[in-house]
Design a protein around this ligand. Structure first.
Ligand code: ATP
Length: 322
């Protein structure tokens, strides 16, 4: 007894993987709290994605799918997993890599090199569309004009549309993006903070990738990371809350239509990209940068934007490469 009392505390034995019961666990999944080894994690992860694809009928045989490839970790994983599952389960998809080059020196040019490596590694054709070609402006040039404060708005709005336009050039049926759990939780939180019911109701849907570009997102990200440190499941719980929100049937939703100017999706007369671009071309970069707080204010803002757009329409505009 004496001896036992003075014995050194034994080191906790590394846990075994709860799937194979052979190898050492390498991580604990926040989603299930399972301790799992690297090899089994890959297997389970890929199988879960396959199940999601099948259950949600995300693809049909013969479809052309563009993978939004930024060269970052999420879209690189997405490109690998989709090409692997397509081969393994004979989805019959024509896959492409689609990259948007925003023209940010020292940032996107580096990550595009990763995408070019993926093109070779996974044997997927790559299409790069650039802001310069689509809009006549690189992000570097936009930042020179507007400064750093609102550049996220331009970057996010243009990127969203550039993906659509690249998709049209490739004649694909769908675009797959690598939004991870953190991204979705941030979006849920942002939409709650802004009272943006329309976006809140669709931001967790598996087949829409609407995200809201804004510097404010950075604060939501930090907050979520703090929560995750305290409780790793917090991120998944925020997503679950977003999924479980039920929007009252009497809530008025903005109607989805097309931009009168460029023809891409918009709930207003002119899409945000056209308004922003017009501002840039006219030397009025603040045009179209506004706050959207709640549906009512949103509607007022819409009216304001439309009337701005109207006054623009009546004048001769700069070149628009749409
Ligand atoms: N420049 C781009 N070109 C093509 N697709 C992009 C680009 N930027 C973002 N995307 C798509 O949108 C997804 C989410 O982008 P986000 O900027 O949130 O980056 P992220 O979460 O860090 O993802 P990643 O690690 O892939 O960069 C990406 O996974 C990718 O599919």
């Amino acid at each position: 007894m004496e001896e036992e009392a003075h014995a050194k505390p034994k080191k906790a034995m590394p846990r075994q993987c709860c799937v194979c019961n052979q190898r050492r666990a390498a991580l604990k999944r926040p989603k299930t709290l399972d301790q799992i080894c690297k090899e089994c994690f890959y297997e389970v992860f890929e199988e879960e994605i396959h199940q999601d694809i099948v259950e949600n009928q995300l693809f049909k045989p013969g479809e052309r799918i563009a993978i939004g490839a930024s060269g970052g970790k999420d879209s690189t994983v997405l490109a690998y997993v989709l090409s692997e599952l397509n081969r393994r389960h004979n989805y019959g998809l024509d896959l492409f890599l689609l990259s948007v080059d925003e023209g940010i020196t020292g940032y996107r040019d580096d990550s595009l090199e990763t995408v070019k490596r993926n093109e070779i590694q996974y044997g997927l054709p790559l299409k790069v569309v650039s802001y310069k070609d689509l809009y006549g402006w690189t992000m570097d040039e936009i930042v020179k004009m507007i400064g750093l404060k609102n550049n996220c708005t331009f970057c996010g709005v243009f990127r969203r549309q550039a993906l659509d336009r690249g998709a049209a050039m490739l004649k694909v049926d769908k675009v797959a993006t690598g939004h991870n759990a953190d991204d979705i939780a941030e979006t849920v939180l942002l939409n709650i903070l802004r009272g943006d019911i329309a976006r809140l109701s669709r931001c967790t849907a598996i087949t829409t990738g609407i995200y809201s570009p804004n510097a404010y997102r950075g604060f939501a990200r930090e907050f979520i990371k703090d929560l995750e440190r305290i409780r790793p499941r917090a991120i998944l719980d925020i997503i679950k809350s977003g999924e479980d929100f039920r929007i009252s049937t009497s809530t008025k939703m903005p109607e989805q239509g097309t931009c009168e100017r460029c023809g891409y999706i918009s709930s207003q007369k002119w899409c945000k990209a056209c308004v922003l671009l017009e501002g840039l071309n006219r030397g009025l970069p603040k045009l179209g940068i506004g706050r959207s707080r709640g549906l009512n204010t949103d509607r007022n803002k819409d009216v304001k934007e439309i009337s701005v757009a109207k006054s623009i329409e009546s004048k001769q505009c700069g070149t628009l490469d749409f």
